[in-house]
Design a protein around this ligand. Structure first.
Ligand code: IVH
Length: 708
């Protein structure tokens, strides 16, 4: 790779490319560190990149970029803004990419609502603005708080900055006593170009695209700077409200306009999917002539009562969807292929690219997914990209889909050099040398080293301390990398985190006396670690990073077993082939054979189990909180739905049961408390009768739950 070359040997062309790559890598690292609090490279590696960048610039001063990393003084630090907990979560939208996706969306909703296919659901359709969302809280008509989305649950307080945006009123007339207006902050095209021209003449940073400019401007520490930025705001939604102010999405938006907000004039309502698609095509044609960036169309169910019935999944409403425009594409060359090792040992190939701008963003790497993807044939010999393989040096067409790592859509073999060779996918782990194996039917090759593999061990530790897992303040990915290789105070597995203070005491040089540490920072770290010794069962289970046991599965298992001890006892029984125990586990809706296999593997004697046991010794695990749903007749009952329900869909029934504190299982066992059976109920009802489980019909069910 070019970057390992001695700087004095670089050609001018190579230097130019490398400066661009370095700028991108340093920028990403800044973002990971300052904004996302999730550094992916060590401090030392960061410094090395920065030094190399400077050395190349010194040798080729005319190639120095306008926004060179050498001139940056770090980016806006998010801890500078106070955190705000959103009373009503700020949701994101699920995405659709084709007409078929929209047809299924409409069908899915109708099914959920128990509507017939010939009945129409009414939707609003409006452009999806490519900016950043903002929630603005008004109490008694006065703006009291404005916050960014953050992770959806906790955002940043940007009140003073938001107040400088002309399109955001400071007071509202005739609005509900409490109203949180939500919408998108953006910068128009013309304003963006003027802003960048001003930045150039002031020798300041040039923004890559209007979205970045809007985000950077809103999150300024000095509101006077924000005031100078041409930020605009479209209102399209709301959070907490003291009273309903409309009965439909469309009329609610008209109300927001009456209260003094800008709303998108292109919003319309439609009854038929064909009309939604026509609207999508119409707006896509207008896209280039609009003065702001849009990346798709948002469809929302118009009736607010229907929205309420449909409700939310974990992070997205069921009643809305974003129909994305096709991603922009660009051709570029593969400079090298690197293999990264993930938490579960997967070998993930990444193409390092000649940097290229796609949709306003410089892209320098793309995912190559797995071995088959590179070879052009899947594991049953079916061609991928008509069987075209991918090699280092190939010209590839790439596209960005959302904020995820770019993907490859095509490869041009006509530009391939004769001497190019097929890419040999490693069969040993490049990090630890263990065999890298593929299971039958799996496209992914995995390192078999388990916790022996430092890459896997590090990734698992990073997962263990990540935000949704232990979330230890001051112990992020960057610190994990540092402690992992520390000779005196190493963290090689999760249990080590909790013994760190004790081990520090016996070291000749204490953490507080080390470079970069002090009395306070060391004490804070120990305190943050100690505060996490008491941990929720579900959080612990998720933190372990067991394959196929994500956040939802961990909650599901915890809700089922209630205590860690129950769970471990059950795992032991499942492992010893106790069929009743296995049946119980498989009867949990959402648990299948694949997850069970993975759980059994994790809890079988071996390094992973030993590591879990060592960890558990350090912790005090809180039982899963039993849902207190006042007066709910079905709280904590295990319910199975079977047969056809006529007044609601299975999904709606399931959600309402769970809201009332019940657990819904997929099959009947001796643990089942109640079976709701509709016409056509077969083996499950039969089994319930055999086991003496109570069986009721849909009407009984409705009167039971409506009694709440
Ligand atoms: S509605 C509960 N409408 O897209 C529904 N979102 O990918 C909340 N966005 O976080 C979103 N234009 O920042 C909605 N017309 C629009 C939008 C829009 C842009 C953004 C918003 C959201 C993201 C989800």
């Amino acid at each position: 790779m070019i970057r390992n070359k001695n700087i004095l040997d670089l050609s001018e062309y190579e230097a130019e490319i490398e400066l661009k790559i370095l700028a991108k890598e340093l920028k990403d690292a800044d973002k990971d560190y300052h904004e996302l609090n999730d550094p992916k490279i060590s401090d030392a590696e960061y410094d090395r990149l920065k030094v190399r960048n400077k050395e190349i610039e010194d040798l080729f001063p005319h190639l120095k970029l306008i926004n060179s990393p050498s001139d940056q003084i770090g980016s806006t630090v998010s801890n500078a803004f106070a955190k705000v907990v959103h009373e009503v979560k700020m949701m994101s939208l699920s995405n659709a990419f084709s007409e078929d996706d929209i047809v299924s969306f409409d069908e899915r909703l109708k099914k959920y609502l128990n509507m017939s296919g010939s009945q129409n659901l009414e939707y609003t359709a409006e452009p999806k603005i490519d900016g950043l969302s903002l929630s603005i809280r008004y109490e008694d008509g006065r703006l009291v708080l404005a916050s960014t989305r953050g992770d959806g649950s906790v955002g940043e307080n940007v009140t003073e900055n938001a107040k400088t945006i002309a399109e955001i009123p400071h007071t509202l007339m005739n609005a509900p006593k409490l109203l949180e207006v939500r919408g998108e902050v953006y910068i128009g095209h013309k304003d963006f170009n003027d802003l960048n021209a001003r930045q150039v003449s002031a020798g300041a940073k040039v923004f890559a695209n209007p979205r970045n400019a809007a985000a950077g401007s809103l999150r300024q520490l000095d509101p006077l700077i924000t005031k100078k930025r041409p930020l605009r705001f479209f209102a399209y939604s709301w959070g907490s409200i003291s009273e309903q102010f409309a009965s439909s999405q469309y009329s609610a938006i008209s109300k927001l306009a009456e209260f003094g907000f800008s709303t998108n004039p292109l919003t319309e309502t439609f009854q038929k999917v064909e009309d939604l698609i026509k609207y999508y095509e119409k707006i896509e044609k207008q896209r280039a002539s609009l003065d702001y960036d849009i990346d798709g169309i948002v469809y929302k169910v118009n009736n607010l009562e229907t929205q309420r019935r449909l409700g939310f999944r974990t992070t997205t409403p069921r009643w809305a969807i974003a129909h994305k425009f096709a991603a922009e594409k660009a051709w570029t060359q593969i400079l090298s292929i690197e293999i990264q090792i993930g938490r579960t040992g997967a070998l993930s190939p990444v193409a390092r690219l000649l940097p290229v701008t796609v949709g306003g963003v410089v892209v320098s790497n793309a995912t190559l997914h797995n071995e088959d993807y590179i070879s052009g044939f899947d594991n049953v010999g079916k061609p991928i990209r008509d069987g075209k393989d991918i090699r280092i040096g190939d010209w590839v067409q790439i596209y960005r889909a959302g904020d995820v790592i770019p993907k490859i859509s095509n490869v041009d073999h006509s530009k391939r050099e004769e001497k190019s060779e097929r890419f040999e996918f490693p069969t040993v782990c490049p990090e630890c040398g263990s065999a890298a194996l593929r299971e039958v039917g799996d496209a992914v090759r995995r390192c078999s080293g388990g916790l022996i593999c430092p890459a896997q061990a590090i990734e698992r530790l990073k997962h263990f301390v990540s935000r949704k897992a232990l979330d230890i303040e001051g112990l992020g990915a960057k610190q994990i990398e540092m402690f992992f290789n520390d000779l005196d105070l190493s963290i090689r597995e999760p249990a080590d985190i909790f013994t760190i203070q004790e081990r520090d005491e016996t070291n000749p040089v204490k953490l507080k006396d080390r470079l970069g540490w002090g009395e306070k920072s060391a004490a804070n770290l120990f305190e943050a670690i100690n505060s996490k010794k008491e941990i929720d069962f579900a959080v612990l289970l998720f933190s372990l990073g067991i394959r196929h046991v994500g956040e939802t599965a961990a909650k599901l298992l915890a809700a089922h077993y209630l205590t860690w001890n129950n769970f471990i006892t059950s795992m032991e029984r499942v492992r010893n082939s106790k069929t009743d125990e296995l049946e119980k586990l498989l009867s949990i809706d959402g648990v299948g054979n694949v997850m069970v296999h993975s759980l059994v593997e994790a809890f079988s004697p071996g390094p992973q189990r030993t590591s879990i046991e060592r960890l558990v010794k350090q912790l005090s695990i809180k039982d899963f909180p039993v849902h207190e749903v006042s007066d709910s007749p079905i709280a904590n009952k295990i319910i199975v739905f079977t047969g056809k329900l006529e007044r609601m869909s299975r999904d709606e029934a399931k959600v309402s049961a769970e809201q009332l504190g019940a657990k819904v299982a997929g099959s009947v066992s001796s643990n089942t408390d109640l079976v709701v059976a509709g016409p056509g109920a077969g083996s499950k009802a039969k089994k319930a009768t055999e086991l003496g489980v109570e069986i009721i019909n849909e009407d009984d069910w409705l009167s039971l739950v409506e009694k709440r």
